[in-house]
Design a protein around this ligand. Structure first.
Ligand code: 5GP
Length: 206
């Protein structure tokens, strides 16, 4: 069975990357969105095991010690990490795995798994993005300012990504993300098994 593709989706806070990744797994077959662990507090409406596995700092550090994460990073004072086992299980079953993670984590995954596809989501304009962040009303002004500082750092990582996805219309952005992943699955480098079968068959012909 062909392994699933690993795709990393990052983006500025408020660019709508969660909506895009959630839309992808809801509307298109064959995708699984990884659920991360975090030490940040749950936001209103968030559920344990759905948005995140919420951990205390000591529990998170215990998981680090047990080598449970594919990657983890510190972001605005909290830990965030991708549980390794579920990702591997889904990829082995041929399911395309989506990691919605920030830039440092993305770089760590890319170093470990070079064939991973990296997609950076941006809002159609910076004005729209800042407005979306403020409209959320879940963050204090101080936290918003810290996220803006974060964006300045994140911006410097964009050249290391494979695709820039402009989230102007949600359905359209979801469709384009599916297209990016499927196009990538057709790359010659992704089809070693298939090429081996062809080579074996041709080798048997006189
Ligand atoms: P939020 O607190 O808004 O849910 O997430 C903050 C940032 O952490 C987002 O950029 C999100 O993509 C990122 N993030 C979520 N889970 C993980 C993870 O497992 N690893 C890393 N490195 N970043 C994550």
């Amino acid at each position: 069975m062909k392994r699933g593709m690993l795709t990393i989706v990052s983006g500025f806070s408020g660019a709508g990357k969660s909506s895009v990744t959630k839309g992808l797994v809801a509307d298109y077959p064959g995708y699984w969105l990884s659920v991360s662990c975090t030490t940040r507090d749950p936001r209103e409406g968030e559920q344990e095991g759905r948005e995140y596995y919420f951990k205390t700092k000591p529990d998170f550090e215990k998981l680090i010690g047990e080598d449970s994460f594919l990657e983890f990073a510190e972001y605005t004072g909290n830990y965030y990490g991708t549980p390794k086992q579920y990702v591997e299980e889904h990829l082995a079953r041929g399911i395309n795995v989506i990691l919605e993670i920030e830039v440092q984590g993305a770089m760590k995954v890319k170093a470990k798994i070079p064939e991973a596809v990296l997609v950076f989501v941006v809002a159609p304009s910076m004005e729209t993005l800042i407005r979306r962040l403020r409209d959320r009303k879940t963050e204090t002004e101080e936290k918003i300012q810290s996220r803006i500082r974060q964006m300045k750092t994140e911006f410097t990582y964009i050249p290391k990504y494979d695709y820039l996805l402009v989230n102007d219309d949600l359905d359209d952005a979801v469709r384009r993300l599916d297209e990016i992943i499927r196009t990538n699955a057709s790359r010659v480098a992704e089809n070693g098994e298939m090429l081996k079968d062809i080579e074996n068959y041709l080798g048997g012909l006189s």
